[in-house]
Design a protein around this ligand. Structure first.
Ligand code: FES
Ligand code: FE2
Length: 335
């Protein structure tokens, strides 16, 4: 576990949530090693069913992800112990013909496939549902392939805050999402709704494909954003002149200062799949611009409001203040 102060509280607060650990398309034939909140896990599929187990063999502690999936389970590469979907050992090749000891098992975790991602939780009964992506599976929307941006050296709530924050648009994304000549913030609404913190605002953005369905003129056009956040995910819905453009961005908190970033877009205009590349390149560019800034933020975990280490500007930073308050209620990271 990392030496980041507050990391145990951070991991404990995020444990009751579902988290995306990999893309379904990356699972492949064999087991796939992943990490969640400092825990090494292995995910595999047996007879069509998914399993997620601790990635530490009960025999001599080798990584089960080095093994193979056979007809009866996940077989460790070191001495062939084989584990079923529930983590129970079903075969010890060096000791066949006698009962397998009850202790010969590894912990198993809830695992589900949703929106092209494999989701896992470290608790038996997750207290929160997998964050919704209603545009996925809605025929009016065309989906781009899921992007896996790999590991960012940042805490997941800070990445969510980066997407929730619009006042950086003119500075980090000039000409794409904002205009430095117009740094004035829009009026924000921010409120809690069920499992989410929601923020809504209307702003002016330089016309581009995500607004106009084509490379735009750069003229400013009005768009309305509605964002639904959880501590580690955000769905942004942008309504502009051409239609609705949605981004579903889900982070996997590997540890307190490292997160995987997954992202998928949906649009109800310009639906030709041949146009996807252009949207993907646009979003890749936005992420490339955000990443060094988010990774540079200190401290790693959000400091409590009372520490006044973050000097929020009111009313411009209203959604971020609301997010931070909610994180404090949930007990997510305080240093
Ligand atoms: S370490 Fe896995 S079978 Fe020996
Ligand atoms: Fe950004």
């Amino acid at each position: 576990m990392s030496a980041v102060p507050g990391s145990e509280d951070y991991c404990a607060a995020l444990a009751p949530f579902w988290h995306p650990v990999l893309r379904v398309e990356d699972l492949g034939e064999g087991p796939h090693g992943c990490e969640l909140l400092g825990r090494p896990l292995t995910v595999f599929r047996l007879n069509g069913e998914l399993a997620c187990l601790d990635d530490v063999c009960r025999h001599f502690g080798a990584s089960l992800s080095l093994g193979d999936v056979t007809g009866s389970g996940l077989r460790c590469h070191y001495h062939g112990w084989t584990y079923g979907l529930d983590g129970r050992c079903v075969d010890i090749p060096a000791r066949r013909g006698v009962a397998i000891p009850r202790e010969a098992r590894v912990r198993s975790y809830p695992v589900e496939e949703r929106y092209g991602l494999v989701w896992a939780s470290l608790v038996e009964q997750p207290a929160h549902p997998i964050p919704e992506f209603p545009e996925h599976g809605d025929d009016r929307y065309h989906l781009t392939p899921i992007r896996a941006y790999g590991e960012w050296r940042a805490t997941a709530p800070r990445i969510v805050m980066g997407a929730l924050d619009d006042t950086h648009f003119p500075w980090v994304h000039p000409g794409l999402l904002g205009d430095p000549a117009h740094p004035e913030p829009p009026d924000h609404e921010a409120f809690r709704e069920g499992e989410y913190l929601v923020s809504r605002y209307t702003t002016l953005q330089p016309a581009n494909e995500t607004i106009s369905g084509q490379d735009g003129s750069g003229e400013l056009e009005p768009v309305t954003y509605t964002n639904w956040c959880t501590p580690t995910t955000i769905r942004l819905r942008k309504e502009g002149p051409a239609g609705t453009y949605a981004i579903y961005q889900a982070m996997c908190p590997l540890g307190p200062d490292r997160s995987l970033v997954f992202l998928q877009m949906a649009r109800d205009f310009d639906r030709d799949p041949e146009r996807d590349q252009s949207y993907l390149e646009f979003e890749d560019q936005i992420q490339d611009q955000d990443r060094p800034v988010i990774e540079s933020q200190r401290p790693w975990l959000l400091p409590p409001l009372s520490a006044r280490m973050t000097l929020f500007v009111r009313p411009a930073d209203l959604p971020l203040i609301a997010f931070q308050r909610w994180m404090e209620e949930l007990g997510v990271p305080q240093v």
